[in-house]
Ligand binder design. Structure first.
Ligand SMILES: *Cc1c(COP(=O)(O)O)cnc(C)c1O
Length: 462
């Protein structure tokens, strides 16, 4: 399978090159040149597969012969062998109408492990095969950093540096990142917010000489490997419901900020998985809700919410969706993104909005609604939601019609976001792996918000 850029100036390149490139060199995003189409026979066969078996089939379609099947199998088995649940991503039936796809059974208790355990092993594999060192550089609002570090800690040929906004990630997220004592991990706590971290990373990556000299690689959700890894659980969940006797399409409710997770669902749908509605759940940072309801994509004012991993105003994967909405026409996307840069917004015409609304509905959940959803679900079903998952459940409740089935994606374990859970007077017991973090020493370096300070720390580290 080859990959091309949404802006038409890169490609076709192979899977490994696409993973290494991250953001396409022309500023666009890499997408598969052709989306595989699955027959109903294939889907029926896949129903019988375990999670790792299914992941192997999906990855094989997108990687082609570039990685030998037995190597790929080992990568997949190693990646999902670290999950605490035998089903990797089990579907929990909380009530007749509430199905939760639990994506938090990986090492850092958030869904990002599903993609980053695989990407970590893949980078390590590529480093061995090409005999070259890989330096991973990324910014995080909390979950990506912890998950990426866990994906590569102690691995030969790889060093990782993660920037997080000092004091602005949850306590558990901070501990997960900073209690790792492997020599190949550097945590920089930046004085500033997540956008400052992101800007520094962007500018360092834009310095092509620096990027090449130090073999800098990205782990953010624009990496195509992450999206592909996330398509797997849509298949897996739909198959579980079919096995329980549910006939017909399944809706998915997806807490999303960067449009990454929900875009993976959209790909699964385009590949032929019978998905009904894709329910886009956001918080008070509702740029994506406004796009789905009004056809306008325009960053708004930044809000701090109980679901900080979705406190995002610029959805870095959105361009991939636009590319498909506009019939895979790179010239149109190039022009749209150029005009977005000068105008600060994208407005789509009514007939395109109709198309968007065939696949998506959206709900931006207010802070009080988020807490109320956690409280109600706990009271009624004894099931504790994390605040991101609660946004998804609130949206699912709003849009699931009589007789339909909706799977709500649970993107994090509630223990990661106890700050919000405490507010409604619920006392939770932490899993032992999280409890243990509180006794470990932390390692992090505090830096100011300038590129030069970060660069100086990187040079010491490399
Ligand atoms: C990253 C994250 C999200 C949002 O994922 P996107 O890729 O931006 O759609 C939602 N919930 C949690 C807990 C996360 O860590």
């Amino acid at each position: 399978m080859d990959y091309i850029s949404t802006r038409g100036q890169v490609g076709a390149i192979g899977f490994v090159d696409a993973v290494l490139m991250g953001l396409a060199d022309d500023g666009g995003l890499l997408v598969p040149q052709h989306l595989p189409q699955l027959s109903s026979d294939t889907l029926a066969q896949w129903q019988k597969l375990s999670y790792p078996e299914l992941a192997l089939e999906v990855f094989s379609l997108f990687i082609g012969g570039e990685i030998p099947r037995e190597d790929l199998k080992k990568l997949v088995d190693d990646s999902y062998g670290t999950f605490r649940h035998s089903e990797v991503t089990p579907v929990r039936r909380v009530s007749d109408s509430l199905h939760i796809l639990e994506l938090f059974h990986g090492p850092t208790f958030a869904f990002k492990d599903v993609a980053l355990q695989f990407l970590g092993n893949l980078y390590s594999y590529i480093s061995r095969k090409t005999n070259s060192i890989i330096h991973i550089l990324g910014a995080t609002s909390g979950d990506t950093g912890a998950s990426a570090i866990e994906g590569v800690r102690g691995k030969e040929g790889i060093r990782i540096c993660i920037l997080h906004p000092s004091g602005k990630v949850s306590k558990v997220q901070e501990l997960q990142m900073t209690t790792v004592d492997d020599a190949n991990v550097l945590n920089l706590a930046v004085e500033g917010n997540f956008d400052d971290c992101q800007r520094i990373i962007k500018e360092l990556f834009a310095d092509v000489k620096f990027k090449q000299e130090y073999h800098l690689r990205a782990i953010n959700s624009i990496n195509i490997a992450r999206i592909l890894a996330q398509t797997v659980y849509y298949f897996y969940a739909a198959f579980r419901l079919a096995k329980q006797g549910h006939a017909g399409p399944v809706n998915f409710s997806v807490p999303t900020g960067n449009f990454g997770d929900i875009f993976a669902g959209y790909l699964a749908k385009r590949m032929g998985l019978p998905i009904g509605k894709l329910i886009l759940a956001t918080n008070e940072n509702n740029i994506l809700e406004r796009f789905v309801t009004e056809g306008v994509y325009e960053p708004g004012e930044f809000h701090m919410t109980y679901s900080p991993s979705m406190d995002i105003q610029v959805a870095s994967n959105f361009e991939r969706y636009l590319y498909y909405l506009y019939g895979e026409d790179a010239a149109t996307i190039s022009a749209m993104m150029a005009s977005y840069k000068t105008e600060g917004k994208i407005v789509i015409p009514a007939e395109k909005l109709t198309e968007v609304q065939k696949d998506f509905v959206a709900h931006g959940v207010q802070n009080d609604e988020c807490l109320a959803t956690i409280g109600n679900c706990h009271d009624e079903h004894g099931y504790l939601l994390d605040p991101h998952t609660a946004c998804g459940v609130a949206a699912a409740e709003k849009f699931t019609a009589q007789g339909e089935a909706t799977v709500s994606l649970s993107t994090a374990h509630p223990a990661k976001f106890n700050e919000a859970i405490e507010l409604i007077g619920i006392e939770q017991t932490f899993p032992p792996q999280i409890e243990a973090l509180f006794d470990k020493p932390q390692r992090q370096t505090l830096v100011g918000g300038s590129n030069d300070e970060v660069k100086a720390e990187l040079l010491k580290f490399f």
